[in-house]
Design a protein around this ligand. Structure first.
Ligand SMILES: Cc1cc2nc3c(=O)[nH]c(=O)nc-3n(C[C@H](O)[C@H](O)[C@H](O)COP(=O)(O)OP(=O)(O)OC[C@H]3O[C@@H](n4cnc5c(N)ncnc54)[C@H](O)[C@@H]3O)c2cc1C
Length: 434
């Protein structure tokens, strides 16, 4: 959608094909029981410059997210019920010392950790080094278990040994320090009304160009050039095509793409996620507390527990709660989640809430379950180097076919928006050459 928006501003009309009945993909919102729930993306950091810029153009309000978050550690202890101080006290001096050592290492490499620029990340994207390796080497086991796992692994929904060093350190740096370094505390952001408000505004700006319920089945390449898209509604001729799906779907619908680029797309990896959301009147947590992040290793699939109405005011009616539970199928206890029914998943979520003695939503007005087979692109080791050519141009044997998607930048809503804008530039150049 960001590509179509950028093209429209340049006076180039594009057709957007969307297989779903609603647009917005993994960043869309949904209206349920008087609430605007977030189907996927929830947070930004101060480093999300392209999303920030677009939100300003679309007149969508971004607010700082200053509320605190508790932690459930590997031993199932819950910190932060009463105050933020408890969370700091939960970390031993050893952990804090290792954290400082790790941050010093990030600081030394900060030129490569520029959030908006994946070309810099390629410099540290060692195909043989994972986030786990570098955290243990530069910090230690304690900081891995107590800080990196609940935060970075929580965000990526996968363990540190499957996150590449470039992705992991970038998420860590932008999460704690925005893009400017050592400005702890004032960089987390959210949308008033949730991420759906942003995606709705973007959709509104290009909706005449969008064809919903229209699946791209095959992007057709003939004589080294793209000729159009075979869809479930027939063939659409095109001079240029941007394939803006996940990398795995991109591989599926571009069978004519030369093998070397097919292989580059296979370097991208995704972690699945399952979310359970309840809405109700009232208040769940102490003032200023958003929720809890839960570390892997405590035999629970729970990743986080948070009230969207605290983070993104306006997501529900006044004085209401929108409890959002994230579960990771790749964590212990979560292995079967993707195959379970909604009722069974809700039951797992309730069991986790009871296990950690967290407040439950009484008399919810709805319970909504969401499964994402490919929730988060976790930037496996070597991914940034592998996909770099796709971000820069079309293939010499597939002229006119461009790619967009979060995996081409730093995987996030900001990466997705940036990749769309970059693809629009490449399209403009290609059309000018034709
Ligand atoms: C649970 C969850 C939490 C997240 N939290 C955050 C967060 O807090 N902050 C953040 O920045 N990011 C977060 N993300 C990641 C963020 O949502 C994604 O990085 C971003 O939305 C990816 O955008 P995209 O356009 O690359 O891909 P997508 O959003 O996946 O969009 C691809 C689109 O292509 C459509 N499509 C697929 N196949 C076809 C086809 N054959 N024909 C036509 N259309 C097709 C899909 O329906 C979809 O609309 C989260 C994601 C999830 C799932």
């Amino acid at each position: 959608m960001s590509a179509a928006y950028a093209l429209k501003k340049k006076g180039i009309e594009a057709i957007v094909l969307e297989t779903d009945s609603v647009a917005g993909g993994r960043a869309r919102g949904d209206k349920v029981g008087g609430f605007s729930i977030e189907v996927g993306a929830e947070f930004m950091t101060g480093a999300f410059e392209q999303v920030g810029q677009l939100a300003e153009e679309l007149n969508v309000e971004i607010i700082p997210f200053l509320d605190d978050t508790g932690i459930i550690d590997r031993n199932s202890k819950v910190y932060g019920r009463k105050s933020r101080r408890e969370v700091f006290l939960a970390n031993s001096l050893k952990t804090l010392y290792q954290f400082v050592k790790l941050l010093r290492y990030c600081r030394k490499n900060r030129d490569s950790l520029t959030f908006g620029d994946p070309t810099k990340l390629e410099q540290i994207d060692d195909p043989d080094t994972s986030l786990h390796d570098v955290v243990v080497r530069e910090g230690g086991e304690a900081v891995l278990k107590n800080i990196i796992e609940p935060t970075v692994c929580g965000i990526c929904l996968i363990s540190a040994n499957r996150i590449g060093v470039a992705m992991g350190l970038n998420v860590l740096w932008s999460f704690f320090f925005g893009s400017h370094g050592f400005k702890l505390g004032s960089f987390m952001r959210a949308f008033t009304g949730g991420f759906g408000a942003f995606m709705d505004a973007l959709y509104e700006a290009i909706k005449d160009n969008v064809r919903l319920n229209t699946a791209a089945e095959k992007i057709v390449i003939a004589d080294g050039k793209v000729t159009g898209v075979q869809t479930n509604q027939g063939f659409i001729e095109a001079d240029v095509v941007i394939c803006a799906t996940t990398a795995s779907i991109a591989r599926k619908i571009t069978p004519d793409l030369p093998q070397d680029w097919q292989e580059r797309l296979s370097a991208v990896g995704y972690a699945p996620g399952v979310d359970v959301i309840w809405g109700s009147k009232g208040k769940l947590l102490r003032d200023k507390l958003y929720g809890y992040a839960s570390a892997p290793g405590n035999d629970s699939p729970l990743v986080s527990y948070g009230d969207q109405c605290v983070k993104s005011p306006g997501s529900g009616p006044p004085e209401s709660v929108c409890l959002h539970i994230k579960l990771a199928p790749l964590r212990t206890g979560g292995e079967k989640l993707m195959e379970m029914s909604d009722e069974e998943i809700e039951q797992v979520a309730i069991e986790q809430i009871e296990r950690f003695d967290l407040p439950k939503v009484e008399n919810p007005s709805f319970c909504h379950v969401i499964r994402h087979k490919e929730a988060m692109c976790h930037g496996p080791s070597g991914m940034f180097r592998a996909v770099a050519p796709l971000r820069l141009s079309d293939h010499p044997e597939a002229r006119g076919l461009f790619f967009a998607g979060d995996y081409l930048h730093i995987p996030s809503s900001n990466g997705a928006v940036t990749s769309g804008m970059r693809a629009a530039e490449m399209v403009e150049e290609a059309l000018a050459r034709a």
